[in-house]
Design a protein around this ligand. Structure first.
Ligand SMILES: Nc1ncnc2c1ncn2[C@@H]1O[C@H](COP(=O)(O)OP(=O)(O)O)[C@@H](O)[C@H]1O
Ligand SMILES: [Mg+2]
Length: 265
């Protein structure tokens, strides 16, 4: 879990792709929960960080995984020096403080988490902290944002329609080539030529559907490769380490991806 507070620092860099900034602002002002759908590494988290800073709001981010239970999120009783003290979990804290709460990869969490946050998506914006017998109403300014990777046909978990329908939703995908190249150049100071080549390579790799990769080459991987290249690493090795190796462990697939890299650099 991480928390960021608004300060006078610069906004986290985010390059808008469509109408997402406007949509987020409207959801915030209308107190509507928002779901960001899209593959790994396409900018969802960065977008939320950017929007929280832009709106001057504290942001509480919770990466969800198989073990994430409602108790982790709502809070628990702890024994401290003979006393039992209550400790708020991140969801409870966000609700009390009126923060932006970002549940990253919500579908990965246990079903009881999803049940626990349902009342927060109602217009009353309630949270029932059952272990404490406390019912909270979200402080004005609270906003719930979740992310979800809809690659379910490749082994990702699905979200129930009854949960999905509680959110306003927006689809994210890897940015168009020009935009993605300017993101790489901005994130890493790599030169424009390198950025364009990496983006071209990324798109070539994304087309290789027949390899049955669980995920496509993300913007994040291209950013990592650009970092290695700007540090002076030979481009081919940088691309193998930052893009190819993270995508697969299968020797044949690695070889096929490596060939695409050697055509690009
Ligand atoms: N639209 C964008 N503007 C700025 N950076 C972006 C954008 N999309 C992707 N990135 C870059 O890609 C990286 C991964 O994005 P991230 O937000 O962590 O992805 P996700 O949360 O979708 O998995 C970011 O750290 C950033 O460098
Ligand atoms: Mg993320």
């Amino acid at each position: 879990m991480s928390t960021s507070s608004p300060g006078k620092t610069e906004l986290p860099f985010y390059c808008p792709v469509g109408g997402e900034v406007d949509l987020f602002e409207r959801c915030y002002s209308q107190r509507l929960p928002l779901m960001l759908k899209g593959p790994t590494g396409c900018g969802k988290t960065r977008f939320v960080e950017h929007m929280a800073a832009r709106l001057g709001k504290p942001l509480i981010t919770v990466p969800c995984h198989d073990d994430t239970s409602a108790a982790d999120l709502l809070g628990r009783w702890l024994v401290k020096g003979g006393d039992t003290v209550w400790q708020d979990g991140p969801v409870t804290r966000a609700v009390r403080e009126g923060a932006i709460l970002y549940l990253d990869e919500i579908a990965e969490a246990r079903p009881d988490v999803v049940v626990a946050i349902h009342p927060l998506t109602d217009h009353r914006r309630h949270l029932f902290v059952d272990r404490r017998g406390e019912e909270l109403t979200a402080t004005d300014g609270f906003m719930l944002v979740v992310s979800f990777n809809p690659g379910y046909q490749r082994g990702w978990k699905e979200l129930k329609p009854s949960t999905r329908q509680r959110f306003v939703a927006a689809s994210f995908d890897y940015p168009a080539p020009d935009l993605e190249a300017s993101i790489l150049a901005n994130e890493t100071d790599c030169d424009e030529k390198v950025a364009l080549r990496l983006v071209k390579l990324g798109n070539k790799l994304r087309e290789l559907d027949e390899l049955g990769l669980a995920e496509r080459a993300s913007t994040r991987l291209l950013v990592d490769a650009a970092h290695l290249i700007t540090s002076g690493m030979p481009p081919r090795s940088a691309c193998i380490a930052a893009i190819v190796e993270p995508l697969s462990d299968d020797p044949e697939i690695l070889e096929a991806l490596g060939e695409v890299v050697s055509l690009a650099f």
